[in-house]
Design a protein around this ligand. Structure first.
Ligand code: ADP
Ligand code: MG
Length: 701
């Protein structure tokens, strides 16, 4: 068919040519005919509607008017000049304005001849005007039969200045279909098309650019969105299957003495059903012959640590070592304490390795690790150093995964001949749709239940003008024996102003809560690790009642006696961060509180965030709101956003299609793992082309 033709450079398309081709490449990334074909409109306007000038409102986004041009003049301005034309219909007048391309326009306009103009209306010096309108002679407009929905393509200022606005895009698209015909290679199997009642690819491509009506448009969009999501899922799931088939795992076939002893005699509490389920999932994974690669999601306080400990016991029971890596020293310390407490009664030695461990202590530690005498190592990034060599690492647990790059995750691998099982734990709930898109290659476990008896954290939002009453409340809580966090935003480590805010805050708190009655700790990123640890320690021991901090305390810190979390300038924090911070309290038996302080002026989005925090304590619910507010790219950080630069689908709005795409991918790969049936031939060909051109793994791992 025309798949070869579609690789033609865009410069060869009539109506484009080399100069414009250069702009198309630069501005829109359109290099070939195919790129243009896959350049989808971002919206449509109903061109059956005409407006009258005397009914215009400045708020109307885009309008279409029939009328004539009676007068054209060039008006000098500070820089250059602008061209202004008077445009009349039989109800009134408005100005058409051009800042660029005046000469060409002046020459080509036919005065007193009916035109259809289309564009955005604005008001300047009390008059309606339309800048750089789309114009077409009424005669041509009628002849072209361009009635119904019209595509509007994403554009840039440079393109419209070069007269390459929407009208140009439409003409180019028409030309493309003229030259290529409208039969394009099908990429889905006949049975998918039939089962899901999807349009043929060719039909969909035509109607996405030139929709006959709203119904065809929505069917065209659905087909193309499905296709996009389907091929992503196919790659993700395929990779997962390949891993399971090819990457042999270390078989943990025994459930032995360590695990049984712990489970029967040492469990500090009864596990929740969710914890039990997840432990079972892990046990099945490590017992199979494939490498485990599992993401464990569980809200703050849902009890992931004990799950990690039991996974470690699986490794030890089978003669392997295990490590646990945390993103900060504070957190590594805390894990070290928590895990040691649980494992030492079983006679298992646990060691800690962080940047602050002295050379003299490091040497024997590394040696016993290499000899296999040391079985459990906990630490920070220090675990990734080349000097850390295991005898036989069987399990790597990574806590708070989103802080580690995927590349770092992989670094643990080549320390071994066979890759260890990997358990990635995260307290930032990721909406299912997003998890499916990004972590399709990981298996996912969810702890969706909190241990019993937790009291809901009371959350309020207060403006700065309530500071006195907030301080009064804090004082009362402290006098009851509780401890308080006060967190300041530190969006940018190098932001001097943020530090000033923090230090000012610290001063003012120290004044309002004077020694010796009150003791205030402070922890921030510019302090030395030892100083941080010292301050943390004082707070953990209850020697200080207030901890003033930046978000370094965000992850994982556990002080059950702390029952009040005050977040300063809360409107500056993202939702997931707010949720993480709030999770630092509510860990003990007492009623806990979270007070979100904000300025008096808060943006609409900021309001939504703060209101969401007040209304909900469910991390997954909050994550959904976050996804809607910020979009998937931002949510995951730039590092992983590449995967979510979808052409047409939207993982928030098209969640149902995404789910379908995933199901269909799983079904197909189950029955035809290498896609070599005749039925699946179109899929295989499209898949190969896709992998060749743009391997999704380039931006995931
Ligand atoms: P997170 O998932 O945030 O890492 P932790 O593992 O730190 O949570 O657990 C939070 C607190 O809840 C700890 O004090 C832990 O001992 C306690 N906990 C965990 N599971 C249970 C349970 N099933 N019953 C009672 N308390 C539990
Ligand atoms: Mg934790």
């Amino acid at each position: 068919m025309n798949s070869v033709l579609l690789q033609t450079p865009i410069a060869y398309l009539k109506t484009v040519g080399p100069t414009r081709a250069k702009l198309l490449k630069e501005q829109l990334g359109i290099h070939t005919y195919q790129d243009l074909l896959h350049f989808f409109p971002n919206r449509y306007v109903d061109r059956t509607q005409f407006h009258h000038i005397n009914q215009l409102e400045a708020s109307q986004a885009e309008v279409q008017i029939v009328g004539v041009i009676t007068q054209i003049e060039t008006i000098p301005q500070k820089k250059g000049s602008r061209l202004v034309a008077k445009f009349l219909d039989n109800t009134g007048a408005l100005d058409l304005v051009w800042f660029k391309g005046a000469k060409w326009i002046k020459e080509s306009i036919k005065p007193n001849t009916p035109y259809v103009i289309f564009g955005k209306i604005s008001v300047f010096q009390g008059r309606f005007n339309m800048a750089h309108p789309d114009m077409e002679l009424l005669e041509n407009y009628q002849a072209n039969n361009r009635i119904g929905l019209q595509a509007i393509y994403p554009s840039t200022e440079r393109l419209s200045n070069a007269n390459m606005g929407n009208r140009f895009m439409l003409r180019a698209m028409e030309q493309l279909f003229n030259e290529c015909g409208s039969a394009f290679e099908e990429t889905l199997s006949a049975s998918i098309l039939e089962n899901l009642k999807l349009l043929q690819r060719s039909t969909a491509l035509f109607h996405i650019h030139f929709p006959k009506d709203a119904k065809m448009l929505s069917r065209a969009a659905a087909r193309l969105k499905f296709e996009e999501l389907f091929f992503i899922q196919l790659q993700l799931i395929r990779k997962n299957l390949v891993r399971k088939n090819k990457i042999k795992g270390l078989p943990f076939s025994n459930v032995g003495a360590y695990f049984n002893n712990f489970y029967n005699n040492q469990l500090p509490f009864e596990l929740t059903n969710a914890q039990k389920r997840v432990i079972k999932e892990i046990r099945t994974d490590v017992g199979s012959n494939a490498q485990m690669n599992r993401l464990l999601q569980g809200d703050v306080g849902s009890g992931k640590t004990i799950v990690a400990v039991m996974a470690i016991l699986f490794a030890l029971d089978n003669g392997f070592q295990a490590c646990l890596m945390a993103p900060t020293e504070i957190l590594a310390n805390q894990h070290f304490k928590g895990v040691s407490e649980l494992l030492e009664p079983l006679g298992i030695r646990v060691a800690l390795l962080t940047g602050s461990v002295r050379k003299s202590a490091r040497k024997p530690l590394l040696q016993s690790l290499q000899e296999g005498e040391l079985k459990v190592l906990i630490g920070t990034h220090a675990l990734l150093e080349d000097t850390v060599v295991y005898k036989n690492l069987g399990l790597a647990i990574i806590d708070e995964q989103h802080r580690f790059g995927v590349a770092q995750r992989a670094k643990l691998w080549h320390k071994n001949t066979l890759p260890p099982h990997v358990l990635v734990m995260t307290a930032t709930p990721i909406p299912r749709t997003l998890a499916m898109s990004i972590y399709g290659d990981l298996d996912i476990s969810v702890i969706d239940e909190l241990p019993p008896g937790r009291k809901e954290i009371k959350t309020v939002w207060r403006s700065d003008s309530h500071r006195l009453s907030v301080f009064k409340f804090i004082k009362e809580e402290i006098l009851k024996g509780r401890q308080v966090y006060i967190v300041y935003p530190l969006i940018n480590e190098s932001e001097a102003l943020d530090y000033k805010d923090l230090m000012d805050g610290y001063d003012s708190i120290s004044r309002s809560f004077p020694a010796p009655e009150f003791q205030v700790s402070i922890v921030h990123g510019q302090m030395k690790a030892a100083a941080k640890a010292y301050e943390m320690e004082r707070f953990v021991k209850g020697e200080t009642q207030i901890m003033v901090a930046t978000t370094v305390i965000e992850v994982g810190v556990n002080v059950p006696n702390a029952s009040v979390m005050v977040i300063e300038s809360a409107e500056r924090f993202g939702l997931s961060q707010l949720h993480q911070l709030r999770g630092r309290v509510g860990r003990g038996a007492e009623q806990s509180f979270c007070i979100l302080m904000s300025g008096n002026k808060v943006s609409q989005e900021g309001k939504t965030r703060l209101e969401t925090m007040v209304a909900s304590s469910d991390g997954f619910e909050i994550a959904e709101v976050d996804l809607k507010l910020r979009g998937p790219g931002d949510l995951m950080g730039t590092q992983q956003s590449g995967v979510l630069q979808l052409k047409i689908a939207d993982i928030v709005k098209d969640a149902a299609l995404l789910k379908k795409a995933r199901e269909v991918s799983v079904t197909i790969l189950k029955s035809d793992p290498s896609l070599d049936s005749i039925e699946n031939k179109p899929i295989l060909l499209a898949y190969r082309a896709l992998v060749k051109h743009k391997n999704i793994w380039n931006y995931i791992s």
